[in-house]
Design a protein around this ligand. Structure first.
Ligand code: ATP
Ligand code: MG
Length: 180
């Protein structure tokens, strides 16, 4: 599985619709300070269910919506869609290509989408659980994350290995079942 495409519209500094397409090998994104590199990784984490505005470097969730500039008025909606190549079947869904989307409006309406159908955050979480792609997983290593991995409690470190081994989802299901 790999990230094939990111489409952003109204997310942070991306007022115009932006489409980034990636090949399966290594991609580096370069640009001057403040040009929006980190906003791209914020967009990925946001789609995958990030709930903390602070960790997206804002103070409230509305801060992910384009706030306007000297030349442009603020926008009312932010929308991001990731397209994942699933031809190796890593995601438990019977499609070679899977899209995951999220949108939010200033009025507070918010939706998650899988293959363009509205779904719950839980559906997105279950889809990506065990792939290392979840917001708490290791596919996005932000500045400072290395230190926290090294200095964290052993149970947190074990969590990283459990996710890599693909057993997180089984543990979650077991916990859920034993709570009933
Ligand atoms: P650096 O090299 O310093 O890490 P970067 O390329 O990672 O920079 P980002 O942090 O992604 O840059 O982008 C920051 C820019 O995004 C700032 O100019 C900020 O004003 C703009 N920005 C963030 N949120 C919004 C928003 N809601 N509306 C408009 N612009 C925004
Ligand atoms: Mg940055």
């Amino acid at each position: 599985m790999y990230l094939k495409k990111i489409e952003m519209h109204g997310f942070k500094s991306f007022a115009d619709e932006v489409k980034l397409e990636f090949e399966p090998n290594i991609t580096a994104i370069i640009g001057p300070n403040g040009s929006g590199k980190s906003n791209i990784s914020d967009a990925i984490r946001w789609v995958l269910g990030e709930q903390s505005a602070k960790s997206l470097r804002g103070s409230k969730m509305e801060d992910v919506i384009f706030a306007g500039s000297d030349q442009r008025r603020p926008l009312g909606i932010a929308e991001v869609t990731l397209t994942l190549d699933n031809s190796d079947g890593s995601l438990p869904i019977d499609y070679n290509e899977v899209t995951i989307g999220r949108r939010v409006s200033r009025s507070g309406e918010s939706d998650y989408l899988i293959n363009n159908s509205v779904c719950r955050l839980k559906d997105v979480e279950e889809l990506i659980m065990g792939t290392g792609m979840g917001k708490e997983a290791y596919s996005i290593i932000g500045q400072g994350k290395i230190d926290s991995i090294l200095s964290n409690k052993s149970s947190d470190r074990r969590g990283i290995f459990e996710e890599a081994a693909g057993i997180t989802k089984h543990k979650k299901r077991k916990d859920k079942a034993s709570k009933k």
